[in-house]
Ligand binder design. Structure first.
Ligand SMILES: NC(=O)C1=CN([C@@H]2O[C@H](COP(=O)(O)OP(=O)(O)OC[C@H]3O[C@@H](n4cnc5c(N)ncnc54)[C@H](O)[C@@H]3O)[C@@H](O)[C@H]2O)C=CC1
Ligand SMILES: O=C(O)[C@@H]1CCC=N1
Length: 272
């Protein structure tokens, strides 16, 4: 992919995941800078990936071709205020923050930005990320391609036509690894109660989850419901487990949880 200088403002979990994926996929580490106030956040990144780090956001961002805003939404306004002196006209700005709109980011940086909002997720760390992208109206085709390739370096991507689609991506992908972790935690806890040690319980669940996800990926033409039915012998054990999930309205709970994530993103758009 095209190599441009990139500065990540914020070096937390998500920036780390993307940087790791980028460097592993061959992006030049000396083109990447990450900023954070604390050396505890910066130093491991510099050591592990050979990237530059800085505690001065303005200095790090000024000369970058691409600025990735990767701080918590509640910090975004104060962080951006100190970057307002930058000439953004030839820069691509990518925000990965949940719940901070294009309109707000333009206000925060006092500029009509070439802005792409991206909603990634933490499996980017191992190249298995899923990102949704939304480009504001003035973003050029080459900037869109760059943003797309950047996120493709760490996983799969999809574009959304409307900005509201980013909140739907949060519900379906950005937050989603945590849903699966929660489900696996619950399964592990019960497997331990059934007599397995923690490691074996984890292996049983991890391998089943991985196998199921790989089967979904390997059979794009097969409906998820068919894959489920193939496990479910008539009058057998799986049917009983699924009946219990249905009795407790699992689908309804999942739908409510996803809508709750969207509502929170909408609320955050008003707060930050
Ligand atoms: N964690 C996730 O799964 C996802 C997070 N996001 C978004 O990514 C953004 C970052 O989230 P996380 O990485 O999870 O948070 P985090 O708390 O792990 O990282 C934020 C980082 O910002 C740094 N920071 C704090 N003040 C700063 C300042 N003044 N200047 C520069 N850096 C500063 C902190 O040192 C920290 O390393 C958020 O806006 C979140 O909405 C988006 C998708 C998924
Ligand atoms: O929980 C959050 O707000 C962020 C956005 C998606 C995943 N983590």
């Amino acid at each position: 992919m095209e190599q441009r200088s990139i500065t990540f403002i914020g070096a937390g979990n998500m920036a780390h995941s993307i940087i790791a994926g980028l460097v592993t996929s061959g992006y030049q580490p000396d083109l990447i800078t990450a900023t954070a106030p604390s050396p505890e956040r910066r130093e491991p990144l510099a050591r592990q990936y050979g990237i530059h780090t800085d505690d001065d956001n303005l200095r790090a961002a000024e000369h970058a071709d691409v600025i990735v805003l990767a701080v918590k939404p509640q910090l975004m306004a104060s962080v951006c205020e100190k970057l307002q002196s930058i000439d953004f006209s030839n820069k691509l700005v990518i925000s990965i923050a949940a719940g901070v709109s294009v309109e707000r980011l333009n206000q925060m940086l006092a500029c009509e930005l070439n802005l792409v909002r991206v909603m990634p997720n933490t499996p980017s760390l191992i190249g298995k990320g899923m990102s949704g992208l939304f480009a504001s109206s003035q973003v050029s085709a080459s900037d869109k391609t760059f943003a797309e390739q950047l996120l493709q370096a760490v996983g799969e991507v999809c574009w959304v036509e409307q900005e509201a689609g980013i909140n739907a991506v949060i519900a379906a992908a950005g937050s989603a690894p945590a849903y699966f972790f929660l489900f696996m935690e619950a399964m592990q806890a019960e497997a331990i109660k059934q007599g397995f040690d923690a490691d074996t319980a984890r292996l049983l669940i991890q391998q089943s989850a991985l196998g199921a996800a790989e089967m979904v990926k390997a059979n794009p033409e097969v409906a998820l419901s068919t894959l489920r039915e193939q496990v479910t012998s008539k009058g057998g054990t799986t049917a009983e487990a699924l009946r219990t999930f249905n009795e407790h309205q699992l689908s309804d709970t999942v739908a409510k949880a996803m809508r709750a994530a969207i509502s929170r993103a909408e609320e955050m758009e008003k707060l930050f």
